[in-house]
Design a protein around this ligand. Structure first.
Ligand code: MF3
Ligand code: CO
Length: 250
């Protein structure tokens, strides 16, 4: 069931989104050589609590942290740790969200640690831009497939591949709601988009194969071929005036 949000709910979701985006900014600014993913997770936790919100990944299906922090060939769901050190040249995908007054924000971005390869820069640029291409299609009367296809076309024409085993989703009173928002698909297909829907759109894009594998920690997802992956995500609302990005910092 797809839950449409009222204007009152959208206002709260804007707050949840603002806090989620602020936490992501704090976490991203901390990415530098020698920092551990555990330290970054703590910064994100403290920020979300300071805003009167709750980290919504923490304890979700048993997840043990505020953020997912995934480095280089790790795609998503990397578990922060005090022994995991970020190095110059790494690309660091941080995914986190905040729950405020019962509503969830969810956002992600990939950050460069110092100087990274041209290949890494191009991948990050393409993944970020593909998210905005998808958001542009999040218009009342369009369909989910219009978002999916815009993302897929943008990245595949640049030689990258779309992870298929994980998808975006509705977001609201629950972190994950219907409908699913795949990053691949056909235009004009899938659920009709209507004003009041709130979606987390989140392309996970690989340099090489789209295939992924899960590590024995039960969470971390890596590319099957060990090549780089990037991840960007916004929570958005579909409104009569067009798409509104909810996960924007002040
Ligand atoms: N990263 C997922 C998303 O963006 C949610 C994380 S689930 C968790 O939808 F359990 F890892 F927290
Ligand atoms: Co999400």
């Amino acid at each position: 069931m797809i839950v449409l949000k009222t204007a009152r709910e959208l206002n709260i979701m804007r707050e949840a989104g603002r806090i989620s985006a602020g936490a992501l900014r704090v976490a991203g600014m901390a990415v530098e050589p020698g920092v551990t993913t555990g330290e970054i997770d703590k910064l994100a936790y403290d920020y979300i609590i300071s805003q009167g919100a709750k980290p919504n990944f923490l304890h979700y299906h048993g997840y043990p942290a505020t953020a997912c922090i995934s480095i280089n060939d790790e795609v998503i769901h990397g578990i922060p740790s005090k022994s995991r050190v970020i190095r110059e040249g790494d690309i660091v995908s941080i995914d986190l969200g905040a729950c405020f007054e019962g509503y969830n924000g969810d956002n992600a971005a990939t950050f460069a640690c110092g100087d990274v390869s041209d290949e890494a820069k191009r991948l990050m640029d393409a993944t970020r831009e593909s998210l905005y291409e998808g958001i542009r299609m999040a218009i009342h009367g369009n369909r989910i497939g219009d978002i999916s296809n815009a993302i897929q076309q943008y990245v595949e024409t640049r030689g990258y591949s779309v992870v298929r085993d994980f998808v975006g989703h509705g977001v609201g009173a629950s972190l994950h709601e219907a409908p699913e928002v795949p990053n691949f698909g056909k235009p004009g297909r899938g659920t009709r988009l209507v004003a009041g829907m709130t979606l987390a759109i989140e392309p996970m894009i690989n340099v090489g194969t789209p295939n992924v594998k899960q590590l024995s920690d039960g969470w971390t997802i890596k590319t099957a071929d060990g090549k780089l992956s990037a991840h960007f995500e916004h929570s958005i609302a579909i409104t009569p005036e067009g798409p509104v990005i909810l996960t924007l910092p002040d």
